[in-house]
Design a protein around this ligand. Sequence first.
Ligand code: GCV
Length: 663
Amino acid sequence: MRLKFFIVCVFSLTSVIGLRADNGSLLWLKQPISTTSSITTKERMTPTLAIAVQELKDYWTGAPIKLIKQKNKQLNKEGFKIITQPQLTIISPSDIGLLYGAYYLLRNQAMGSTIQNQVIENPFYERRMLNHWDNLDRTVERGYAGASLWEWDELPDSVSHRYQEYARANASVGINGTVLNNVNASPEILTTEYLQKVKVLADIFRNYGVQVYLSVNFASPMVIGGLSTADPLDKDVARWWKDKAKEVYKIIPDFGGFLVKANSEGQPGPCDYQRTHAQGANMLADALKPYNGIVMWRTFVYNPEDADRAKQAYLEFQPLDGEFRDNVILQIKNGPVDFQPREPYTPLFGAMKHTQTMPEFQITQEYLGHANHLAYLAPMWQEFYGLVNPASQVALAGVANIGTDTNWTGHPFGQANWYAFGRLAWNPKLNSEQIADEWLKQTFTTDEAFVQPVKAIMLDSREAVVNYMMPLGLHHLFAFGHHYGPEPWCDVPGARPDWLPSYYHKADKEGLGFNRSTTGSQATLQYPDSLKLLYDDINTCPEEYILWFHHVPWSHTMKNGKTLWEELCYKYSEGVQQVRTYQQLWASIEPFIDAETFQDIQSRLKQQALDAVWWRDACLLYFQQYADMPIPSELERPVYCLGEMKQFKLNIDNHENAPHGFK
Ligand code: GCV
């Protein structure tokens, strides 16, 4: 309804002709240069303060500004205060706080807002970091925006201008850390040769308050250290890590720490030596401790022998609560399976009373249409915060969606997810609408006739993806390997069962969905009492999770009176309809945006619409074999047939053209 209203409004506007082409490289930082501003500070000039002053000199058009470095009871280390009387002044105990204050003012200016009285801002999380899944050969695992930004072969001698631009963009939204390399880590990253390259990046990023971290391979002492074991209780192994930490800090004195994926998807780890995750993490933590370094230890573990993958992180880590050093943080994916369009939260959050934890979100859209689909992810992250209290968390990680593409993220709206991640890491209480509003106004125009309808698309978009891909708690229906298109029928001989869709959807003649209730895998027991009861009963389980927690009979009556089968048909159809509406709406905002960007997004929406139909038809026709009921007559008929779709094999190297096989 809301979306349709906007279509009418926008059509009534007069068009603006000939907007300049915008290649997206400036992200949300596109203010016109100003030469009029008076920016003063009496503080000792540091590189970070110099950047703050220069940013304001270049772009601020308002009243003169003073910057003062001063402790203040209301401010933490990176916080800032802005007062307007007697003079506009940014106050912070640190240089980086002053820079954040400068970006705050510039954001406000770009949005056309003014500051009433004063502003006090403190970042919620101490560590707000991107995780790059970038390999040393510059491929990016689950990356859809070109190659890795890090030009390892050219470093340390040649330095890309994009390193500084990257750091600036991060600082402008408060991101203060980056893990440069893939969690499926090459041991080579810890060689002296690579550390010298990392140093160059760290030197650039430091001025923008961005600390560098590395993913490490647990078997590094064997692969690059020549030891015969990586057993964390072996003295030589512990010594090797201590020496390596010493070397790292000699080269990069403010190095942040290690991120570790251990005993997961074939990666080495302490369990290879019958040691626990705590023993492995603590050994690394001890090596980093003298330098204030931390270990972020991932809890993403699962193995095919167990009956329910969703339970495994909890089963493995909860009994270890209290055993981790105080410089270890458990990094936990938001959902218990793997970054699906919708998952309930991982029950480890809240269950680790004596261990530091941090959520891991995925900004790159591995399971949400790669760089082809418009999916604004802030509502998904906000949904997580609706159930999980961030109070006990110390950090937040987001798997980056950035690459060498001129516009950084492939889909121009992918930038909004990078932006939103930073803003939520700064303040998880910010709402999705406000963040979308900020991003749109800074990136495109403050004209409400553009902002309002496009914001409505953004806010609706994640739910649309859920609807056309995996509504009602369905998950992991993806084709083997690429995680783009649907293959609920997928069966690869010899493949791990937990990598196949039938493990998750469990479709049969009786019904659909994974019974994780007390009569099934009992995953519901891992949640706190109130949620346990809610999720466990098919009649109280929120319907957006019903097929996650229950094997639901096809004729089960849903809250709106429809049967499960009918509701499934309606949800898939709604998803397709939502994207069609975005296409229509997008056509109507043409006057407000340059032609190249307009057409780029238009063609991606077309692709998204084709994909949505692909998903709907594949899933409904496949499940219909079990449900044995007709698609309600008032709904659009499938345009493909199941056999046709089973034949189609997506060429992942050219996946932009994925569903063209169905055109
Ligand atoms: C980096 C999923 C992805 C993998 C990723 C893994 C992880 O399984 O498909 O590409 O590996 O998660 O988070 O470690």
